[in-house]
Design a protein around this ligand. Structure first.
Ligand code: GLP
Length: 247
């Protein structure tokens, strides 16, 4: 794993964008795995800037998002499909038909999950997966206890995640309790992984994932088993690290 600790989230976004752009330029029809949440926003700002400045082309890029809430239509304010449109897709020259976000309204969610895995396989797998980390160490919506071999499936969210996400909803009762999420096994099959983190509330999870044992209690610790992971961490999320990493 390569770990880079940066000063602020703008630096985090720029480093991550540079890394992804370099890979995208080397491979047409690049398959990019994307994440939601506040963490990847500085990365998306920079990717938009690069695209609008003519530095990076998305016309042949294919994307797959990690997860979506069950029960939220794509038009819902808090759906991850809408988040991606508003924060990235609507501002770059991507073919919207090549962007994939799990369908939270699928009539048969289990069949949808299988189909999502097949769609990823059909385009040759994910070239680079962007990830954030939950304050309890989750990746995508793989909560503590998720099998490290898990695949795309319907999952139940933990109380701590529902609480973390309640800031985006008017009432706690409005926060969905289930989601469709790529599995840890699915994520680990990406050729490369770019993991981002900022904020003091992530410091414990970052330390446990990077320096603790590989355990289902900290889903992000599974990244230790992947040969090509770049962690880009802002100082405020790196305060609990004990080993010497690049600064
Ligand atoms: C949600 C998403 C995760 C994300 C996490 C952290 O649970 N499913 O993919 O990493 O939130 O969110 P934030 O980046 O806002 O801290």
């Amino acid at each position: 794993m390569q770990v880079t600790i940066v000063r602020d989230k703008e630096q985090m976004g720029k480093r991550a964008a540079a890394l992804i752009a370099e890979q995208m330029r080397a491979k047409p029809h690049f398959v990019l795995g994307l994440a939601t949440g506040s963490t990847p926003l500085p990365l998306y700002h920079e990717l938009i800037r690069m695209n609008q400045a003519g530095e990076l082309d998305f016309s042949t890029t294919i994307t797959f998002n990690l997860d979506e809430y069950v029960g939220l239509p794509p038009t819902h304010d808090q759906s991850y499909r809408r988040f991606m449109n508003v924060n990235l897709f609507d501002h770059i020259n991507i073919n919207q038909a090549a962007t994939h976000v799990p369908d939270g309204m699928a009539a048969d969610p289990d069949a949808f999950c299988e189909a999502y895995e097949r769609m990823i396989a059909d385009v040759g797998g994910i070239d680079c997966q962007v990830l954030g980390i939950g304050s309890n160490g989750h990746i995508a919506f793989n909560e503590p206890g998720s099998s490290l071999a898990s695949r795309t499936r319907v999952v139940k969210l933990t109380k701590s995640t529902i609480k973390d996400n309640s800031r985006f909803f008017a009432r706690m009762e409005d926060v969905p309790t289930r989601a469709i999420s790529m599995g840890i096994g699915t994520v680990l099959e990406a050729q490369r992984i770019v993991m981002l983190a900022y904020g003091a509330n992530k410091a414990d999870a970052v330390a446990a994932a990077l320096e603790g044992p590989v355990t289902v209690s900290v889903p992000a610790s599974a990244l230790q088993m992947h040969p090509r992971v770049n962690w880009i961490i802002v100082e405020d999320a790196a305060t609990k690290l004990k080993l010497e990493w690049d600064r």
